[in-house]
Design a protein around this ligand. Sequence first.
Ligand SMILES: Nc1nc2c(ncn2[C@@H]2O[C@H](COP(=O)(O)OP(=O)(O)O)[C@@H](O)[C@H]2O)c(=O)[nH]1
Ligand SMILES: [Mg+2]
Length: 285
Amino acid sequence: MQQKSLHWYPGHMQKAMRQIEEKLKLIDIVVEVVDSRIPLSSKNPFLENLTASKKRLLVFSKKDLVDINELKPFENYYKEKGYMTVIADLNNPNDINLIKKGIAKAGEERQQKYIKRGMKPQAIRTLILGIPNVGKSTLINKLSRTTKASVANTPGHTRSQQWIKVDKTLELLDTPGILPPHYEDKKYAINLALTGAMKVENLGVSELFEELMKVLLNRSKDNFMKRYDLTEEDLVDNTAILRAVGKRRGLIVNGGEVDLDRAELLILKEYKEGMISKIVLDELC
Ligand SMILES: Nc1nc2c(ncn2[C@@H]2O[C@H](COP(=O)(O)OP(=O)(O)O)[C@@H](O)[C@H]2O)c(=O)[nH]1
Ligand SMILES: [Mg+2]
């Protein structure tokens, strides 16, 4: 395993943080997106202090890929840290509306300040933040498509920034703040790779497969057996599992043997796409 490739060098982290700090000067509230399958692994803790002075709405995306009952403790965990929360499938228009309502609520205090000063209600300026692959672009697209989106070029503090005017009460910075993932803890790196937020090759396919099997056999055995029509005898060890799955799916090489490597990749891919199990991978201690 190439440990080196797992790490963002301190320079990268600093650069990302500086860029986000610049953007934060321009905005009223922060919407941070995390993947519901990994609500801890997909959140970069270095951001906590940076955004502490803003109202923060945390969106758990991809709720369609988990059993949402499992998210309650995570929601409470973040609420205790001062976040407002919304659990959403970003492809569901009702959920996009819930997020819009959450943003309005997060911006209410700011709005009251404008009104007290005798001003009309102003657009709440919002920055979407998150690590790669959590759904930032999807959210920006969906929010702006709910009304006629227009891109306005408004001067910011230091240089001009592109704003998407969603409606009279909401403007989005059109480029999200992209955070490096939180790789330092191996457990997080594995979860990021299993869900597609990081290239599988960075960890090694076989190691990742072993980790996935531990989780699935522990927490989602029935679903796993059902997906591949397996019996208890097929589960004696990982090679037996791969052999059985490969046979069911016709992954056979020339000599009639099962192609174990392809079976491994197939299971990893189907897990990533939500076809096997709806467990939340992270666990709160
Ligand atoms: N199932 C599901 N997929 C989603 C959801 N939100 C985003 N995605 C998918 O996740 C992938 C990454 O989304 P993207 O918006 O590009 O993430 P970004 O890197 O944070 O901008 C894409 O394939 C999206 O279609 C969701 O709520 N549910
Ligand atoms: Mg994007």
